[in-house]
Design a protein around this ligand. Structure first.
Ligand code: FE2
Length: 475
């Protein structure tokens, strides 16, 4: 059993690291605190994921042995009367076991302390807070975090994780957000070591991260056992490491999509079911990995054209307000889009927009500097001047608006800010029935996804991964 002082270490470290994000002259350097946190937390990978709604929180961590994991949760300073939540553990590809527990029965405006226990392991104590007013909360949106294994740098994971940790601390201090939305490529190679690096961030013990599958997350199979997400779809065809899932916060329905998987039949059915299951959701925010409209990388336009054929009709039909994307590593915000056309210009306040706004943010650790850089000026309403700075975005939700503010690391003022206002759940969205040929496109996408999985299977086999052919084929 750990001493109380040891148990409190991570909480103290988390607070101090957050302080040092804005007070660089603090007695200890940020590097020293990061070193302590890394040594204390890296191996267990304790991390929060969103539950199905605000009454739940999902927890995941790694351990060396299989057991029935449990999380103790209390509103008090000691755990004597703590509630116990049990879950399950699954074998992770690198020899560990990934433990999954869902905490239920959470109430608004409370602070909960928790600790994770599995055979041979007892975590430090951490805490999280629930939103006091469920319809008014803030979220952080980042993409392409790219915690990176580097064959030529044994500290590659640690260094990229520290950069992410530092940026996330700054974003949390700025926003008081209760969730991090991450639009894919959390890892560069898809290794468990990289996901442990991601989970080492102090703030991810206090706010959940909603992750999206990026093309890099699919380069190995550790993502499949890393995450612990609610309402995950069981599709006909998936991309093997995960599927679409949804959750709500107040009156916002978040639809987290796997854009690696072209199975249009599955995606449309999933969104239809999620929307039907949440009839009171006023706002619909979709998150996926692949950039659709920016045109920043001209060599990807043929791929983007196909992706737009698949995704835009779904956003139109189900009246998606905002789509958060990544992949290109370039920051852009679209005009209001409907039927793959700009129907209303981007502006600082868009009231009852007649379609969907698509946003892409920059990478955290891998900013690009391409020589061949395009921009689709017909579709894109705002683009920053590409540079090497890390970006985070704060989304402030109220029952009538979503305000998005985008910041460069270390700068107090947002370099871009815009607001989407709606007076009703429908807002300005037109009613849309997809034309019949969309059904054919979705079917072709599903067939393509299955054959594409054969290529993924071969890639994984070449990388030394033990994987069943039929599991890989269907996902
Ligand atoms: Fe990326």
């Amino acid at each position: 059993m750990k001493k109380t002082s040891e148990r409190l270490l991570s909480v103290i470290l988390a607070v101090v690291i957050m302080l040092t994000a804005v007070v660089p002259s603090f007695a200890y350097s940020r590097e020293e605190f990061w070193e302590n946190l890394w040594n204390e937390e890296y191996n267990n990978g304790v991390v929060l994921f969103p539950g199905s709604d605000n009454s739940e929180m999902n927890v995941s961590w790694y351990s060396e042995t299989e057991s029935t994991p449990k999380v103790l949760v209390t509103e008090e300073l000691v755990f004597d009367n703590a509630k116990e939540f049990t879950g399950y553990s699954v074998a992770a590809p690198d020899g560990d076991f990934a433990n999954k527990v869902t905490i239920t029965g959470l109430e608004p405006g409370k602070t909960y302390r928790y600790k994770c226990i599995s055979e041979g392991f007892e975590s430090n104590e951490y805490f999280f807070e629930t939103d006091a007013n469920e319809d008014e909360f803030s979220a952080i949106y980042m993409t392409d975090i790219h915690i990176s294994h580097d064959d030529n740098n044994p500290n590659g994971i640690k260094e990229s994780a520290m950069k992410f940790n530092s940026l996330l601390d700054e974003a949390v201090l700025k926003s008081n957000a209760s969730i991090l939305l991450s639009a894919g490529d959390q890892a560069s190679e898809g290794y468990e070591t990289e996901y442990k690096g991601l989970a080492s961030a102090a703030a991810l013990k206090m706010i959940p991260i909603a992750t999206t599958i990026g093309n890099h997350d699919r380069k190995h199979i550790a993502y499949k056992t890393f995450n612990n997400v609610p309402n995950e779809d069981d599709p006909v065809i998936s991309s093997y490491v995960g599927s679409d899932y949804w959750f709500t916060k107040g009156d916002v329905l978040f639809l987290v999509m796997d854009s690696n998987n072209a199975s249009g039949i599955d995606h449309r059915r999933f969104v239809k079911e999620a929307v039907k299951a949440n009839p009171r959701a006023k706002w619909k925010v979709m998150m996926a990995h692949h950039d659709l409209y920016s045109g920043r990388l001209p060599n990807r336009e043929s791929e983007n054209e196909l992706l737009r054929l698949l995704w835009a009709p779904i956003a139109d039909e189900f009246k998606i307000d905002l789509v958060l994307l990544g992949h290109s590593h370039y920051y852009t915000v679209s005009n209001v889009m409907y039927n793959n056309e700009a129907v209303q210009p981007y502006s600082s306040t868009m009231t009852n927009p007649k379609g969907t706004v698509y946003m892409v943010s920059g990478s955290i650790t891998r900013p690009r500097n391409d020589s061949d850089l395009g921009l689709n000026e017909e579709w894109i309403g705002f683009a920053n001047t590409p540079d090497q700075q890390a970006i985070y975005n704060v989304l402030d939700f109220t029952s009538n608006s979503i305000t998005v503010s985008s910041y460069y690391q270390g700068q107090d003022e947002a370099f871009n800010s815009y607001k989407i206002e709606k007076s009703t759940a429908q807002g300005g969205h037109p009613n849309s029935t997809p034309p019949l040929y969309n059904m054919f496109i979705r079917f072709i996408g599903t067939v393509y996804a299955m054959f594409n999985n054969i290529g993924i299977y071969n890639d994984l086999k070449d990388a030394g991964v033990e994987i069943n052919f039929f599991e890989a084929l269907l996902g």
